[in-house]
Design a protein around this ligand. Sequence first.
Ligand SMILES: *Cc1c(COP(=O)(O)O)cnc(C)c1O
Length: 855
Amino acid sequence: MGTGRIRPDQMERTWSMAPAAGPDPTADEQALMDLALDLHWTWNHATDRLWRQLAPETWDSTRNAWSVVQNTPRSHLREMLATPAFHGLLTELSRSHAASRTRPVWFTQASTLTPPPCIAYFSMEYMLDEALPIYSGGLGNVAGDQLKAASDLGVPVVAVGLLYAQGYFRQALTPTGQQVALYPINDPAQLPLRPVTDSNGDRLRLPFQISTGRIWLRAWQATVGRTTLYLLDTNDPDNPADIRCITTQLYGGDAELRLRQELVLGIGGWRLLRMLGLRPDVCHLNEGHAAFAALERARGLMEDLGIPFMQALTIARAGTVFTTHTAVPAGFDRFTPLMITSHLSFYAASELHIDIADVLALGRGNAPAQDAEAPFNMAYLAMRVSGAVNGVSRLHGQVSRALFNPLFPRWPQVQVPVGHVTNGVHMPTWDSAAADALWTTATGKDRWRGTHDTVERDVRTLSSHDLWRCRCLSRAALIDFITASHRAHACFHGERRAQCLPPPGFDPGILTIGFARRFATYKRPNLLLHDPDRLARLLCSADRPVQLVVAGKAHPQDTAGQALIAQWIAFIQRPDMHGRVTFMVDHDMSIARQLVEGVDLWVNTPLRPWEACGTSGMKVLVNGGLNISERDGWWAEACAPDVGWAIGDDTATTTGPERDAQDAESLYATLENAVIPLFYQRDAAGIPQQWMAMMRESMARLTPRFSASRTVRDYTQGYYLPAAAAYRARLADNGAKAAAIGQWQQKLDAGWPALRLGRMQATQAGDVWRVTVEMHPGPLAPDMVAVQLYADQPDGAPAIFPMAAGPAGAEGQITCSVEIPATRPISDYTPRVIPCHPDAAIPLEAAHITWLERG
Ligand SMILES: *Cc1c(COP(=O)(O)O)cnc(C)c1O
């Protein structure tokens, strides 16, 4: 860093990133900073008391411990530390913080790998806390919540992302309800981050050779409990201006900028981990954005083992997991071949020693190579560099298998290698203080740190009285928050703002409904507005009134989404809607938290099956909120009559106005006839007993299933541990297994066209079919392939019977045979040949397939 080098001991003590002011911090001050720099305080409320004592106003308004520490005058801090009570509290909290980092964890029971594996997690965005605003929405939510759950469970994850100088845009509204995009600066000195330092204590600065010269990446680290998040940025003063701007905005700019960001994230991110001496066994790609990491990982293996690119990639692939998050092809990042060529040719030639055509081939469909215009698809790249792939809900797994089917031509859709792990949310992040207290009484403090086997049973013991009390407290707290934020904003924006949003005037005794998420058209944030008068009648009922709170941002380039916001504002401005509906401007994590804590009912209206999973509805579960949703994403798995309500029809395949009308009708009718009456049906004590029964079931059954701790356990057992073992096996003996797989693939590619299936014979003997088929393997060794008898099953996994190979006949043909139950007609079954290798993932690593053609 040229001047101003900072040694590690000094580094630790830097008060802020600003030039050191005054004397070095004392040990106590250091202890306080360590607590504030561990984002553990965002979900573990043990330290809340400390921050509140130090700076009650800052803490209550920002809930940002780092802000509290930074903005407390040193003189005041010294005074506080001199009081035995505050000092004692700090000592106690520091001690328990240290203990929390070494306590026994679930992961040690789950893994038998020695040494324990290291899992690198890559994501474009992380939603951890308002204090670190580098997220947009759902994808960042998934990444942030899983990172926290990994910390709780002790799963050894290091995360990698980008530090955006302006993050995602912040929302303001004009008096007429037009969205305005604002870009406040994320000053790294004010964020709960430390610069990454090398072993000499110098700030780490990653040199990066591009075709036009050398550029620098800077690196930061956030502590997230037991895990670390590394963030890269390009805002180094020595970089050319266009390079410095790469990490300015999240999801801003054009495709070219996106490509540059993805190169920094993937290639820069993996290079950073290597520079830090980390050699992760598993690389988890949270969405295809970071798929270039696999190229750099292969480059590292080339360097370590002295092997060619393809062999290195084959090793890396075994340890790469790809999670896809989109339900539509338009959701995949695509780049023109020209863009890829101009940004990657230099890297391909000088670092990977391969032709740019080989890079391009990794990101394209199976169209003939001469199609020079075929775009480069990041999801296809991710698919080709991964040993395991998953969608984020059961339904989304199914949808993804259809989306990726083109990469596996002639394979049945059910066998496209995409599984699913349904997302979950980090309950300790999203629970209210009242809910936390209730859950702790019923299920103890460690409820999200293990397998939570007893949670369901324990929650059922909660009384309706206690549940209702918690619900009413949480609703009242939300209404206070809504009122206070309206007042604060109105103060700040004056008359103009008051014109746009009248005072909410909410009532703590009324059924409170929430809708808040990105205003993307597929989420249909205006479905509730389909018939504005019907909605108005429903809200204004004299004996069973309802109040509604809406929030959400539309991407600055999404004019359709912005029009939907304006539509809501117009509705809110109707004089008869005062006190019935409000809009919370600038939906962010802190608003989301308040909403999910306080609402009685959460509404979700996506156009099925576009919502890959959806997470906001899961956040209300722990707080006793109920869901009414389209049977899409997670709700398709969760919904049952005793835990919530479904809208629409899960067989509908139409889109457009007709479908919207049907779904809106279903939504209104369910609210009018089921939801609202249930909420207002009270016993003598004023408690809605049936609503409480539903709330209890939803909490007991759904909360554990849709918690991020379940998700991270699923990833660990189903993906990370097998991937780590497979990676280690391929790495052994200088990559011998990977070399063998490479040779096997080459032979398959060369020999497959000559392979064919011949005559099939089937005879019925009692209750079995005896089936034989001739296979002509051509130049392939018979054990490189497997012959099977295949039949589709209308619902579920196909029926597949391996056929045993006999000796080779005169012309090299091999007779394969099997006996199968004669429960279905033989015409249901088709013989086929697929690749076979004990160490390869099929069809991910070899998608050849030949079916018997029956004339
Ligand atoms: C949870 C959350 C989201 C994601 O909500 P979905 O229902 O998955 O769309 C988006 N933004 C914020 C601020 C959130 O807290």
